[in-house]
Design a binder for this molecule. Structure first.
Ligand code: BES
Ligand code: MN
Ligand code: ZN
Length: 511
């Protein structure tokens, strides 16, 4: 993880291997964003012209490198595009700044120390801008090299060691708080990405549970792990049914963070938010086997669980004054002689029966048990996070996750939290008329319904397991949890850590 520090030393004099400046697109061509004046001066006011000559356009996330031949203390200037320059009196969009800083820091992997004055691009001590720069650096400073044998290869370069934010006053409380929060968020997102990127052979359900235990206990959470025996005793037919074909048994994990509302007082009973994460460590489809290409990224089918673990870690480390309970529903979905068969009937936690018509619709089965568990604890709200359907990718593409809910306010709250956190989310409906497609001729409900609107059908299935009167939100993050394409902004290839930033923002706004 990249370290973040604050400094008041000017950019031209700061001891660093590279400095990052911002450039933007304007009607008259390229403009250099505020925060680079002393660098420009040291370069005899030729910064803009030289960057233009090198092909810089100001396009968001475009990175241009410039050697300074001793004119500044740092040997290299890295200019990053901030997109369209804002109209006068309007500031640079913090979301664009976050992504641009992320792209710059990502491009500097392998570098020891980097400095930037982009935190002042909207004037001194603007908390939203400081936050955006700090988060861009923390989220862009990530690489996953655990499985590289050649540590000096390009692909195995470590993230930037330190990013120093040049600010006018490094004792400003708001500035320091923004940096501290970015460090907490960056560490949490890195944990989620690491878990998602880890091959399924090295991350069985028991390993996922152990990872939650390790990370969250140290931060002050209480963690309970239910093994297959405990799951059987508690009647968790969904988690057990999905896990029964695998050599590696399933787990349910409960992670609790008890906030402190000041003077040792605890939040009132019934105010806890419950987060439920899908933790399928590998989704082969089971007997309803996926195609070879359909399995390529299915080690990432625990992205929801990784996000819940990371969010609990962040909530605990930032000592949020709220109660949060995380649930990890984890199993490996494999075909074998002991696997569930299409048409088998499972009895879920709480007694509802499900006819399993497609063993590849396993996520909703494990999630249902965990949602029932959460519902037994008088939750103020339940939010579940799951890489649940391929239909999510069809509907919203690979970067925008879907928010469904039985409560208009909660849905709006979640979408707004994503907006504030710089992640992309969009509200989706749960149309009643699709529910009938889940009727089963033999059991209470089938796990397969209409193919059209498959994401909504999956949401309607989960809704059946939410107790009446409990506000519930459902985030389908099938696409956004994993980046199959090229890195962009602060998002690396592979595990992205979405929607950890949204969940932390959501909890903070509730606190
Ligand atoms: N884990 C998949 C969903 C998925 C697909 C996530 C692609 C990320 C990328 C899920 O378990 C699944 O297989 N869903 C099926 C449901 C269907 C059988 C009703 C799907 O979407 O095809
Ligand atoms: Mn599946
Ligand atoms: Zn799945």
């Amino acid at each position: 993880m990249t370290r973040l520090t604050l400094t008041t030393t000017s950019l031209a004099n700061v001891a660093a291997d590279a400095v990052i400046v911002g450039v933007a697109k304007a009607d008259g061509g390229l403009v250099v964003a505020p925060g680079a004046a002393d660098i420009d001066k040291a370069l005899k006011r030729r910064l803009k012209a030289t960057l233009s000559d090198l092909g810089a356009t100001g396009a968001l996330g475009q990175v241009t490198r410039l050697p300074t031949f001793g004119a500044t203390k740092a040997p290299t200037v890295v200019a990053v595009g901030l997109g369209q320059a804002p109209a006068r009196r309007q500031g640079y969009d913090p979301a664009a700044v976050r992504r641009a800083v992320g792209a710059a820091v990502r491009s500097l992997a392998g570098t020891g120390k980097v400095a930037t004055a982009l935190a002042t691009v909207n004037g001194d001590n603007d908390p939203a801008t400081v936050r955006a720069v700090a988060e861009g650096a923390a989220l862009g400073g990530y690489t996953f090299a655990k499985y590289r044998s050649n540590a000096s290869s390009d692909a195995a370069k470590p993230p930037v060691g330190t990013v120093s934010l040049v600010v006018p006053n490094n004792r400003d409380k708001g500035v320091r708080a923004a940096v501290d929060r970015a460090i907490v968020l960056g560490d949490a997102v890195a944990l989620a990405r690491d878990l998602v990127n880890t091959p399924a052979a090295d991350l069985h359900p028991a390993d996922l549970a152990a990872a939650a235990e390790r990370a969250c206990t140290e931060a002050g959470c209480t963690v309970e792990v239910y093994d297959e025996k405990a799951l059987a005793k508690g009647g968790h037919g969904g988690i057990l049914g999905v896990g029964q074909g695998a050599a590696n048994p399933p787990r349910l994990v409960r992670i609790a963070w008890h906030g402190d509302t000041g003077n040792g007082r605890k939040p009132a009973a019934g105010t806890a938010v419950h987060l439920v994460g899908k933790g399928i460590t590998f989704d082969s489809g089971g007997l309803s086997l996926k195609t070879a290409t359909g399995m390529e990224w299915m080690k990432a089918d625990m992205g929801g669980a990784a996000a819940v673990i990371a969010t609990l870690l962040a909530a605990a480390r930032s000592k949020l004054p709220v109660d949060v309970v995380g649930w990890i529903a984890s199993a490996e979905n494999m075909p074998s002689g002991t696997a569930i068969r299409p048409s088998d009937v499972l009895t879920m936690r709480g007694g509802k029966t499900v006819e399993v018509m497609n063993t590849d619709a396993e996520g909703r089965l494990v999630m249902a048990d965990a949602i029932v568990r959460a519902g037994e604890e008088e939750p103020a709200a339940i939010v579940d996070i799951a890489t649940l359907t391929g239909a999510q990718l069809v509907a919203l593409g690979s970067r925008v996750f879907a928010v469904m809910s039985n409560d208009d306010e909660l849905r709006a709250e979640l979408v707004a939290a994503a907006d504030g956190a710089g992640e992309q989310a969009w509200p989706m409906p749960l149309p009643d008329e699709l529910r009938a497609s889940l009727d089963s001729p033999v059991a209470d409900i089938s796990n397969m319904g209409d193919r059209y609107g498959g994401m909504l059908v999956a949401g309607l299935f989960l809704k059946e397991f939410v107790p009446d009167g409990v506000p519930w939100g459902h985030l389908d993050v099938a696409g956004p949890a994993w980046n199959e394409g090229e890195p962009h902004g602060y998002t690396p290839k592979g595990g992205t850590g979405v929607p950890v930033a949204t969940l932390l923002e959501f909890l903070e706004r509730r606190a």
